[in-house]
Design a binder for this molecule. Structure first.
Ligand SMILES: [Zn+2]
Ligand SMILES: [Zn+2]
Length: 445
């Protein structure tokens, strides 16, 4: 009966607060025209405490949990596979600031690990054991989700996050005055439509392959490169039978009201354009640029830049400035970003950077026939990712104090291979592990 009452309340709240996200307008020209349009109101607020340059102290081990600001690694591998002899999930991290969460990517295996790491619940002790006293609402802590790019190993658990999150506090907050649950959509930031297909460098068409297009009665929505907004809409459509059941039978809210998508490089209201540049992703997916602002609230100021994960476009690195220090997420990228990552990360406290093991690439691919599919894949691995013997010098050029190795490929590679990063980096190198927590503080005691 309690559950029914709760869902009836949810239904009433939804009726008062619901809204719909709209479908994306796509542009097949392949050319992105980005302008300096004014940001939505709450993006432009100044908060000087978020622009401090005093270096932070980095806190590791159990003490990190006591920090107001801490980085929680959820998934620390990458790639489109599962690796044996490792339990690493694929890319996902949470930056926690004052009990508010900012999630970066949702790779395969990360949704369950997000719950394992941060879903504490309320329990009571009984003679038979501990019993949870209510339903999970832990995702009410999440303020925003940021996608670096739309490769599967960064998005595969997004459907789980949306579908199961609807029953675990997604898009809600507790009103501190009344103690009641109110609906505040989670902000989702991610790439806009790429605008044009990648060049066929692996002779896919000649091999008999056919490109997948979205299906719609609206010609503007038929595209082989849907962006974050359309990807989200299509998840709701793909799972409509189950979603409609729990909304009509169990009183769940309209799932679409739980999130609010803002596309980076998009052109709809609330989207974030790249500043003042024109990009043809098939000739140059990482033009030189200055960092631009994506989002700001009382806890974080988020800026971003393009990095080089060709042929993916866009691949977006993010910097989070907080009162306690700054953290940069590299996204997937080759080592040469034309200085973009260096400009974004300059003086940051932590750089979370992807890494791939060169020895594994050599073992896996050997010396492929030039022009073959394997040759294309090996070239991708070495120029669109950053090898273990190069990542240290990238971090050094970024002028950061701590390098956290993330998106470790393969996930089962030996530590000794990763530690070569220390050779070219004078700061601290931390090898990321799922569930690792790293605190930041500017307090001196
Ligand atoms: Zn990846
Ligand atoms: Zn990728």
């Amino acid at each position: 009966m309690n559950i029914i009452r709760v869902f009836m309340m949810v239904l009433v709240c939804w009726a008062l607060t619901g809204f719909f996200v709209s479908a994306e307008d796509t542009d097949d020209s392949g050319i992105h025209n980005f302008t300096d349009e004014s940001m939505p109101e709450d993006f432009s607020r100044e908060n000087e405490v978020l622009n401090q340059v005093t270096p932070a102290r980095i806190i590791t081990g159990d003490e990190a949990k006591n920090c107001d600001t801490r980085l929680v690694l959820i998934g620390t591998t990458g790639g489109i596979s599962w690796y044996p002899e490792t339990d690493r999930a694929s890319s996902s991290s949470v930056l926690i600031v004052n009990d508010s969460w900012y999630i970066i990517d949702m790779g395969q295996g990360s949704a369950a690990k997000l719950s394992e790491a941060l879903n504490y619940g309320d329990f009571m002790d009984t003679p038979e054991g501990r019993v949870e006293t209510g339903s999970s609402t832990f995702l009410a802590h999440a303020n925003a989700l940021f996608f670096t790019h739309l490769h599967q190993d960064h998005t595969a658990d997004y459907p789980s996050f949306l579908l199961i999150g609807a029953g675990a506090g997604l898009g809600t907050k507790r009103d501190p005055d009344t103690g009641k649950t109110v609906y505040v959509p989670l902000k989702v930031f991610g790439p806009a439509n790429r605008g044009t297909l990648e060049a066929d460098k692996t002779n896919f068409s000649a091999r008999g392959g056919q490109v997948i297009y979205t299906d719609s009665s609206n010609p503007d929505l038929i595209t082989p490169t849907p962006g974050t907004r359309q990807m989200t809409d299509l998840i709701w459509q793909a799972f409509a039978q189950g979603i409609n059941d729990v909304t009509l039978d169990d009183g769940y809210p309209d799932h679409r009201s739980l999130i609010e998508v803002h596309e980076i490089g998009g052109t709809e209201s609330g989207d974030i354009p790249f500043p003042g540049i024109v990009v043809d992703p098939n000739s140059d997916s990482c033009p030189e640029m200055d960092p631009f602002e994506v989002y700001q609230d009382d806890n974080v100021r988020v800026t971003a830049t393009l990095v080089d994960h060709h042929q993916v476009f866009p691949s977006i690195a993010y910097r989070f400035n907080t009162k306690d220090g700054s953290v940069v997420f590299s996204s997937d990228t080759g080592p040469d970003t034309k200085g973009n990552l260096q400009k974004l990360a300059d003086g940051a406290d932590i750089l979370l950077h992807e890494v791939i093991d060169r020895a594994w690439i050599d073992l896996k691919f050997g010396t492929p026939v030039p022009g073959s599919q394997m040759d294309a894949l090996k070239t991708h691995m070495l120029t669109s990712h950053t090898a273990n013997d190069v990542v240290g010098s990238v971090a050094e050029s970024c002028n950061v104090t701590t390098l956290v190795l993330n998106h470790i490929v393969p996930g089962n590679t030996p530590y000794a291979h990763l530690l070569v990063a220390e050779n070219d980096f004078p700061g601290e190198v931390i090898i990321g592990e799922d569930f690792m927590e790293i605190g930041l503080t500017r307090d001196t005691d």
